[in-house]
Design a protein around this ligand. Structure first.
Ligand SMILES: [Zn+2]
Length: 244
């Protein structure tokens, strides 16, 4: 450390630096979290869209099933007609009774198919209703999502501008800080969640809230060297002494 370095002055500079770094830390965090949040919303939207697609598929399957049933019904009707026509050309009573039974059976089958068809019609109506409502909701959500995205992009640009301004201010301050002190500060900043310097209040480090010894407090006031918190290793200072 250069001999003409005033520790008190250096601590004042570090406090200013910390104010900038706290803002930078917060902005960097936002810069990371905002797109993550945005991606989560987009993912949620896509899963809702998938849900609507699934309803659409269900409808398509039901329509196919409906067609099959309708074909089945037509076949039964044809068979029924054919047997009806044959009914009067039959010679024996036995044959006549057997044919009647056959026709009865076909009617019963038709009735079952008709019931099933009615159920499918109902279900298709319900699903179409559900699909249409879902589409309406998705349309609104998509509009909102695209507006949100715009807002996110604007905010990210703002953050970059703010970060550039802060980087400039930071440069001006670090030019005035002793290189060894700065290196120590930077190292703690990295290791201690963006807070490298902490004030002592009521004999407590405001970084880790552990006690600071009276001996250390006396040493801080002497400004012979930088004093570190024995618990969290942050640089310590006294607000009332620095007037910051
Ligand atoms: Zn501490």
């Amino acid at each position: 450390m250069a001999e003409n370095v005033s520790i008190k002055d250096q601590l004042q500079k570090l406090v200013q630096l910390q104010q900038l770094d706290t803002k930078i830390f917060d902005l960097e965090k936002q810069k990371k979290e905002i797109p993550e949040e945005s991606a989560k919303l987009e993912q949620l939207f896509l899963s809702k869209k998938q849900h609507a697609e699934d309803i659409k598929k269900e409808i398509d399957t039901l329509l196919l099933k409906r067609k099959e049933k309708e074909l089945g019904l037509a076949t039964k009707e044809e068979a029924s007609k054919k047997f009806q026509n044959q009914l009067y050309s039959l010679k024996s009573n036995k044959e006549y009774t057997a044919m009647l039974k056959e026709i009865e059976g076909i009617r019963a089958d038709k009735s079952v198919i008709e019931d099933e068809l009615l159920q499918i019609f109902d279900l298709v109506d319900t699903k179409k209703d559900e699909f249409n409502k879902e589409q309406e909701r998705l349309k609104l959500e998509e509009q909102k999502l695209s507006k949100d995205k715009e807002a996110v992009n604007i905010r990210l640009k703002e953050i970059d501008q703010e970060l550039a301004t802060l980087a400039n201010k930071r440069k001006q301050i670090i030019d005035l800080v002793d290189s060894k002190i700065l290196a120590a500060y930077e190292k703690i900043l990295q290791n201690r969640a963006g807070i490298a310097i902490a004030s002592v209040k009521n004999e407590t480090c405001q970084g880790c809230f552990m006690n600071v010894t009276p001996q250390d407090i006396n040493e801080i006031k002497m400004y012979d060297r930088i004093i570190f918190c024995q618990m969290c290793a942050r640089i310590l200072y006294l607000e009332e002494e620095l007037g910051v």
